[in-house]
Design a protein around this ligand. Structure first.
Ligand SMILES: [Zn+2]
Ligand SMILES: [Zn+2]
Length: 156
């Protein structure tokens, strides 16, 4: 992503400190006074900024580079969680092998074991897995008698 920053007024490469008639100086002050499309702070001087990225809804033209990077990271993370399927989760938790995996609407997953399939070892494996978080369980779901152990996880 192409970016730049505006040097401080009065510095060697910066615009004039006081009012002047230079076109470049006026342009520099104008851009520095514009607001970031993400954080709404002024673009300012000596701060890296770039054009607003595709996907950022705003009438403003510029974003701070740091704000843009955080935003892009956030987009990436949201995408990853949204795209996870039960097959992805099965791969993530391998070699733990539940009898079924169900996706919940909030992006969490339920791992289900039927009679006798669950071991404490599997639970420890899940706990140690850095790609997921165990949110709850193991417990026995009230409405489903076939399932003896259920664990709720979230994918990081
Ligand atoms: Zn000037
Ligand atoms: Zn910003």
């Amino acid at each position: 992503m192409a970016y730049s920053s505006i040097p401080k007024p009065g510095s060697l490469r910066g615009p004039c400190k006081d009012e002047c008639k230079h076109r470049d100086c006026n342009e520099a002050h104008r851009i520095a006074g514009e607001r970031c499309a993400l954080c709404s702070d002024e673009i300012g001087f000596e701060r890296n900024f770039c054009d607003r990225l595709d996907g950022i809804e705003s009438p403003r033209h510029y974003v701070h580079l740091l704000c843009a990077e955080l935003w892009a990271d956030e987009q990436q993370r949201a995408k990853k969680v949204a795209l996870k399927t039960t097959a992805d989760v099965f791969e993530l938790i391998d070699p733990v092998d539940p009898d079924s995996i169900c996706k919940r609407s909030n992006g969490e997953f339920e791992l289900n074991w039927l009679d006798g399939g669950f071991t404490r070892f599997q639970f420890l494996r899940l706990k140690d897995n850095p790609k997921i978080v165990v949110i709850d369980g193991p417990y026995m779901p009230k409405d489903q008698t076939a399932i003896t152990h259920q664990i709720r996880i979230k994918v990081l």
